[in-house]
Design a protein around this ligand. Structure first.
Ligand code: ADP
Length: 473
């Protein structure tokens, strides 16, 4: 049984009013709480959200958080964008006022099974694939969390036979209390968000909170090939592994072309490796994890095979954009950290022209050196992190040009101008986007627009040169 939480008559403060905060405030108000909502932004900046909140009877405290109001609450719901250690929230904890993320509140109200997916990279891809497989297996599935739709929005619709598939970030996990997925997946652990989590240990500890409340009957689905994961296995949960490299005692692994699942000595085929429509070894890991999690959640082997075969890459994740004169363009704008960029580069054996840069996140770029040496022909740097990346990649300068392109548009043009048929231009920035773009989606869309434009120009050029020329003279 879940502990539940009765919002009726409680004083609830919601901190941070982006999508998740807005949903938390409206939900709490609808369930009878006296809600105060706070944000650093002003009422004018919040515009429509502020109106919706006022209409729902939510009190607004804008332009910054006030400790006195925080301390007068029964519950604080903090948005994933707000650091959990700001002084006002520390003060609330000291007074033993619970500080929860939206996933904690939602979990107490949701019905049915919960599959929660975390890791440094691959969460969105794996979450979408699990949901796609479950639906292929006619299991009603809701998909939400960090991926977009707040979990609270499924509460009214959820029933005991549903499965909620939630993408969960380390920020959300920092502020859980009793949150307990029946199936928790940890894809990998590599340095990320070191601008917000002070150390790797702290970041890894936040991810491991996924399993903190699991019972003996719950499943932890874990990457057997990631040493940072294997050295931190949860104590209570049943362990289900996935591996590209070896047969596991319990879990998913490869046997020639088959993705197999093994439990208690029994093995069953879940899907075919050759039918995975996604590029890269990293996506093979995501598929293995998704096969294991959806099998544990009740999907049939036939539906898993079909689901894997019919899945399409999520936008901005190694997304094929266009081919122009034999040069292919791939958008991996979501590669916002060094490991994700490394995985994207690894998905192509050679002929790469890689666009790197954006807002630095604190980790070194040196791990990219051997990969780029092997597979790339040109590096194009954009954004604020360019000088640091250039320093970290300096030794590559002997082998290939490293060009300061500054803007994405210039980078694409420089790459295309130097490219030969058979080359690939890859946007895999290894940085966040906030120095030049609103977010990674905006960066990816900009990339696609510029490439499309280039494709049209080249098409027009080809048509013009093929057309009969007017006679001279
Ligand atoms: P997340 O939601 O964790 O950010 P995504 O599925 O959106 O994960 O993928 C983010 C980026 O990480 C993509 O650009 C992709 O190239 C890379 N990536 C995806 N899966 C993995 C993985 N298993 N290991 C490493 N990198 C990955």
């Amino acid at each position: 049984m879940r502990p539940g939480f009765d919002l009726e008559g409680k004083r609830v403060m919601v901190v941070g009013l982006a999508r998740t905060g807005l949903a938390s405030a409206l939900f709490s108000a609808a369930y009878g709480a006296h809600v105060t909502a706070t944000d650093d932004r002003t009422e004018a900046e919040l515009s429509e959200s502020a109106m919706r909140l006022r209409d729902a009877g939510v009190a607004l405290e804008l332009g910054g958080i006030r400790e006195a109001s925080v301390l007068a609450q029964d519950l604080i719901v903090v948005s994933p964008g707000v650091p959990a250690n700001i002084p006002a929230l520390a003060a609330a904890r000291k007074k033993e006022i619970p500080v929860w993320s939206e996933i904690e509140l939602a979990w107490r109200y949701l019905r049915g099974k919960l599959v929660a997916i975390t890791g440094s990279n691959g969460k969105t891809t794996t979450t979408s694939l699990v949901a796609h497989i479950l639906r292929t297996s006619t299991i009603p599935a809701h998909v939400g969390g960090n991926i977009g739709t707040p979990l609270l929005s499924f509460v009214e619709r959820s029933s005991d036979t549903d499965v909620t598939v939630a993408e969960v970030s380390s920020f959300q996990l920092e502020t859980i209390d009793a949150f307990r997925p029946e199936i928790g997946v940890l894809l990998n652990l590599t340095p990320d968000h070191l601008d917000r989590h002070t150390t790797f240990e702290e970041y890894a500890a936040a991810k491991m909170r996924m399993f903190a409340n699991q019972l003996e009957r719950d499943w932890a689905v874990l990457n057997a090939d990631d040493p940072e994961v294997t050295k931190r296995t949860p104590a209570k949960s049943k362990l289900c592994w996935f591996s590209r490299q070896k047969r596991v005692a319990v879990g998913a692994f490869l046997l020639n072309d088959s993705i197999m699942f093994r439990n208690e000595g029994f093995e069953v085929e879940l899907a075919k490796r050759s039918q995975i429509p996604l590029r890269g070894e990293h996506n093979l890991e995501n598929v293995l994890a998704a096969c294991a999690a959806s099998y544990l959640a009740g999907a049939t082997p036939a539906a898993i095979a079909e689901g894997v075969k019919t899945f399409q890459a999520v936008e901005h994740r190694l997304e094929f954009v266009a081919e122009i004169a034999g040069v292919e363009f791939f958008n991996d704008s979501k590669a916002t950290n060094v490991d994700a960029a490394a995985k994207a580069i690894e998905a192509f054996p050679s002929g790469l022209r890689v666009i790197l840069g954006g807002k630095d996140k604190g980790a070194p770029y040196t791990p990219l050196v051997p990969l780029l040496k092997e597979r790339a022909r040109q590096i194009l740097l954009i954004g604020a992190a360019a000088p640091k990346i250039a320093d970290d990649l300096a030794e590559l300068g002997m082998a290939m040009p490293i060009e300061r392109a500054d803007t994405l548009e210039r980078a694409i043009h420089l790459a295309y101008r130097s490219a030969e048929a058979g080359d690939t231009v890859l946007l895999a920035p290894a940085c966040s986007s906030f120095d030049q773009f609103e977010n990674y989606e905006h960066r990816g869309q900009t990339f696609k627009q510029i490439v499309q434009h280039l494709a049209e120009e080249s098409q027009a050029g080809a048509t013009a040169s093929a057309a009969p020329q007017p006679e001279k003279g």
